[in-house]
Design a binder for this molecule. Sequence first.
Ligand code: ZN
Length: 388
Amino acid sequence: MARFSARGLALLLPWLTACSAPAQNKPAPPAAAPAKAAPAPAPVAKVEEPVRVAPTRPVAPVLWPTTTLRGADYVSLRDIAKRFDLKATWTKADTVLKLGDARGPQFVFEANQKDFYLDGLRVFLGTPAVLHKDSLWISLLDVIKIVAPLGRPADHAAQLPATVPKTIVIDPGHGGADPGTLNPKLGLNEKTLTLDVALRLKKILEPRGWRVLLIRDKDTELSRDKKKDLLMRDEFANLNQADLFLSIHFNSAGPAVTGVETYVLAPQFMLSAGDESGDDMTKVAYPGNRLDYANLAFGEQLHRAMIGGLKTSDRGYKHARKAVLRMLDCPGALVECAYLSNDAEARRVATPEYRQQIAEAMAEGVANYAAALAALRPAAPLEPVKVK
Ligand SMILES: [Zn+2]
């Protein structure tokens, strides 16, 4: 894929992902059995094999009109509004443009900002929105990989897993020799808190029918080599044929910063959050990128549930090339539940009640993802049709 130009590839992306997005890295479900093994019929006119209709909808080719800005293809938010049947209104002249109507999704974009709001949720683009003529414009890659599938997820149903998710691998970040981030004043370390939340989440999910596997259930690392340790977490999920992967972390920044951040794998060519120029990794299509649309759907549900459940600051739903997300064969997300560097928030995290709330919010995100999948998944395959 790296041989295509960025522009050519962007145009091809809907088809490429449609072709390459595996439902799961699992054997295909057995073909629907023909009605019953009929007793040997008398030889009649030749009956052809049952026709099995592919359980996917064709992906409508979406060719967004583009203009070259800053050396890349950009799409006007007015064209997105038109396509999605939404009204585009400036709420602050030439700065804040709102797309929405009474029923549909509400988007709020701001000039020169990477973040936008979708129904109140803070989502980050790969590159900022740009003011041009009478509209804000966003990059074609951001449209294809973030804005369009979040606004109209049904258009990408064919690219979502076609099986009900059952096995979830939970990754309590860090462990053993790697304590993660610390709050020495309160005697907190990340590795202990991630494990505690993971164990709580397991307890919530198992009675709900999930098969829950933990990367670790005690204070240990998978490898002393950090790079290897992270790769082994992906491998654990892949070997266990996980349907979903959730990595739990706690954050660190300036002392005033609080809230939740959620990450999914950045699509090929999209800048990782916080990266302004890109590097060789930006050009790579990782195994996890086969599931860009499922990652996006899972991350959205998870972030929404965390923000709603914890009533904390929204630090944003972001894309990055996190090592634990790159090699996954299933949708995955990484959530930074709170900032240990903020004493007030760290004190909350130190209470079992708040950690239980975190686990409950995560469980809700997982359930909402499964429900969204069930609602979006293409209709079950048609019964075999015998053609005379
Ligand atoms: Zn961490």
